[in-house]
Design a protein around this ligand. Structure first.
Ligand SMILES: NC(=O)CC[C@H](N)C(=O)O
Length: 386
């Protein structure tokens, strides 16, 4: 049965809605995604940890959910906010309604929320914390709770979503766990499965579609916890290291930045989103919080080498400030054409490159898929990008 619910932002703005899944009270940063499809991929993307997500597309739930379109092993959003929920999915792939899916995960879903007004408010005023509740419907009390909630800034959320044990990725799914403590026998760890290059993927909250894209290129993959030191990674004798996306404030994940500093020049490296922010910091840069983040499937990005524009999938609220990188060997490779923010980096002397956006899409356009080929070339040549 639907319950009345209230979302109140830290500035006191209130949005009435009602539940279609779950009940209770949650505090989190409130963000919006403008993609028209892909809600299951979005809610299972670990980069959304610590956030409640509103979709600007008004009709959600119409194609249900299925066991394949997942980006991690769990629903990661704190709550899911939609305008109109559709309880009767019409899709041959659907095995569960979105309501059943969220309820099984213990995550609240609300509908009837004016997602246009919410989005306009966040775009004008900037990102905000909020509290969503079915238990307390007093806007003044909820605003106070929102103000008192921790938010994202300065908090390491990577440790909440990273894997606890290393594992092999095999045939499109997580394979057996691996023990990386003690003496390592790389041959044994990489045994079995098909694949040319050995890629170690540092899991800061990795999206499964990145692993699918890397495996599709003919690579063998070992996924390791975010706290794995550079020396352990190098003992696995990788042909390349991949640095994943992940949630929260990149400035709070200093141990991964240290790992990246230790890896630079010792293995080809490719980073996506939080991985890009880790590389940006390892190269001397600083990150800052964007006014309201980029989350959607139509962000225009220019490849500054070819001047080609890609339409990209994005999900980030922080950004590397290119003005804070002094090293003349660092190259700005990609630029966001909406707000001129930095979208990609490489280095003239060291085989490393990264993008702030999501070439693996899921959901979103595949324009940037070529970056996975670029990583293959880099693992082959071991050379910096020309
Ligand atoms: N998708 C990501 O990796 C997001 C990176 C980071 N948490 C941000 O919001 O900017």
């Amino acid at each position: 049965m639907a319950l009345d619910a209230l979302l109140v932002l830290e500035d006191g703005t209130a949005f009435h809605c009602r539940t279609f899944a779950g009940s209770g009270e949650v505090a989190a940063e409130v963000c919006f995604n403008t993609a028209m499809t892909g809600y299951q991929e979005a809610i299972t993307d670990p980069s959304y940890k610590g956030q409640m997500l509103a979709m600007t597309y008004p009709l959600i739930g119409n194609y249900g959910t299925n066991p394949e379109d997942v980006e991690s092993r769990a629903v990661q959003v704190s709550a899911f906010l939609v305008k109109e929920y559709q309880e009767f999915p019409s899709n041959f792939r659907s095995t569960q309604s979105l309501r059943e899916y969220l309820e099984a995960a213990g995550v609240m879903g609300v509908e009837g929320l004016d997602t246009r007004a919410l989005t306009r408010h966040l775009r004008i005023r900037g990102a905000m914390k909020g509290v969503l509740s079915t238990e307390d419907l007093d806007p003044v009390s909820l605003a106070a709770k929102a103000q008192a909630s921790p938010g994202l800034v300065g908090i390491d959320l990577v440790k909440e979503v990273t894997c606890h044990q290393a594992y092999r990725w095999l045939d499109g799914a997580p394979g057996p766990d691996l023990n990386l403590s003690g003496e390592l026998d790389p041959q044994e760890l990489w045994a079995g499965g098909e694949g040319h290059f050995k890629v170690v993927c540092l899991d800061c909250g990795i999206k499964f579609n990145i692993l699918r894209r890397l495996e599709k290129r003919g690579n063998k993959l070992i996924v390791v916890p975010a706290s794995t030191p550079a020396e352990t990674i190098l003992k696995l004798t990788p042909d390349g290291v991949f640095l994943s996306n992940g949630p929260g404030d990149p400035a709070a994940v200093t141990y991964v930045v240290d790992t990246v500093k230790n890896l630079l020049g010792r293995s080809p490296i490719f980073g996506i989103c939080l991985g890009h922010q880790m590389i940006g910091q390892a190269l001397g840069g600083k990150t800052y919080k964007l006014k309201f983040g980029h989350r959607g499937a139509n962000q225009p990005v220019m490849d500054l080498k070819t001047s080609k524009v890609e339409i990209t999938s994005q999900n980030h609220g922080f950004c590397v400030d290119s003005d804070t990188i002094d090293d003349p060997e660092v190259v700005m490779t990609h630029l966001n054409l909406n707000d001129r923010t930095l979208e990609g980096l490489s280095h003239r002397q060291v085989p490393v490159f990264c993008v702030q956006y999501h070439p693996e899409a899921a959901p979103g356009p595949h324009d940037a898929d070529y970056l996975f080929d670029r990583f293959q070339d880099m693992m082959q040549s071991k050379a910096p990008l020309a």
